[in-house]
Design a protein around this ligand. Structure first.
Ligand code: UDP
Ligand code: MG
Length: 334
């Protein structure tokens, strides 16, 4: 009984690459060939073993067909084709789950990240870090709609999570695989991986990397993305208790109501004891009591909902994505 397991382990070790490069891809057909060539050229030079995992997040522009052709040219390349478009976080999560390397490297599929920076991240990792995050010091995106919201988001995320990075949004990152192997990602959470990892005790570094303007296709995001990120940010602010969306609504309402209740109550106390006025017949007395009680109730409902959500997320086995097929070289053994 023990022997086959041992052999399996050994086989896993022999085939385990050092590096898994993970790329979420949604309609990037013009960039794909060039990107894969650049990555494999770069990594061939470093002489580390690697695999490239392209997660096709429901592309409809021919990316999937091109990926099929590419896997025959690059034995290290695998395509994980999702059933539909699930979003970047889900696609990354699919990539993590299919990756076998000791170190995961993520980057975007639109050539905005520089593949030649990957060895720099790996060098930094070897200094003893568990996660190295790229910093797009000279980011080539629109100033008002992208750079400004990011700047604010980075400040707030750093402030809330205690992990101060200049650029949470940079996709080019390297992680020790065991760090994120069983992390439960959803929403826009992929960008908070450094903060999540920090809670797990990870040593984190940030490294300036190059950034290029998008050459082909369009960004998949607009201002609505910023809103979603902010909502997830609030979620992350409760990270130690985890996964708490309902708290955003109930908590805020509860605090507002309680706050108003305290204010009006304070005013009444001041009237009674400061100015010696009777308050028993004032409608404000009832309002104040109602506000206070409602506030406390709303807050408690929020707490309960938070617990429910947490139980829900942790108990559900439903994945946040579904795989249609895995494409790889036809002569591949895996
Ligand atoms: N992406 C994805 N699924 C989506 C949206 C985006 O896999 O639903 C991929 C996209 O193809 C790209 C990366 O995520 O490789 C980042 O997206 P994008 O370049 O549009 O974002 P930006 O650089 O504008 O922040
Ligand atoms: Mg991009």
């Amino acid at each position: 009984m023990k022997l086959p397991m041992l052999m399996q382990d050994q086989k896993a070790k022999i085939t385990q690459p050092e590096i898994s490069v993970i790329i979420p891809i949604y309609n990037e057909v013009e960039s794909l060939e060039h990107l894969i060539r650049r990555i494999s050229d770069t990594l061939d030079e470093t002489h580390v073993s690697y695999e490239i995992i392209c997660v096709d997040d429901g592309s409809v522009d021919g990316t999937t067909e091109l990926l099929r052709k590419q896997v025959d040219l690059y034995p290290q390349l695998r395509g994980v084709v999702l059933r539909r478009n699930y979003g970047q976080t889900a696609a990354m999560s699919a990539g993590f789950n299919h990756a076998q390397g000791k170190i995961f490297v993520t980057l975007d599929g639109d050539l905005q990240n520089e593949p030649a920076d990957i060895p720099l991240l790996l060098a930094k990792m070897s200094e003893g870090f568990d996660l190295v995050s790229g910093w797009r010091k000279e980011r080539q995106d629109a100033a008002l709609t992208r750079l400004l919201p990011s700047k604010i988001a980075n400040l707030v995320i750093g402030w809330i999570t205690g992990v101060k990075l200049n650029d949470y949004g940079c996709s080019l990152k390297a992680y020790r695989a065991e760090l994120i192997a069983d992390m439960n990602l959803y929403g826009e959470l992929h960008r908070f991986l450094p903060a999540l990892a920090f809670i797990e005790g990870a040593r984190i570094a940030e490294l300036p990397v190059r950034h290029h303007a998008r050459q082909f296709g369009q960004s998949k995001y607009g201002l609505d993305r910023t809103f979603r990120v902010v909502m997830d940010l609030l979620t992350v602010s409760f990270m130690k208790t985890f996964l708490t969306r309902p708290m955003h609504v109930f908590g805020l309402l509860g605090i507002t109501f309680t706050g108003l209740g305290v204010l009006t109550g304070g005013y009444l106390v001041f009237l009674k004891y400061g100015l010696n006025e009777g308050i028993a017949d004032r409608p404000l007395l009832i309002l104040s009591a109602v506000l206070l009680l409602t506030g406390i109730q709303l807050f408690s409902i929020g707490l309960l909902a938070e617990l429910l959500m947490r139980t829900y997320h942790e108990s559900q086995s439903r994945p946040i994505y579904r795989v249609r097929e895995v494409v790889q070289a036809s002569n591949s053994e895996n």
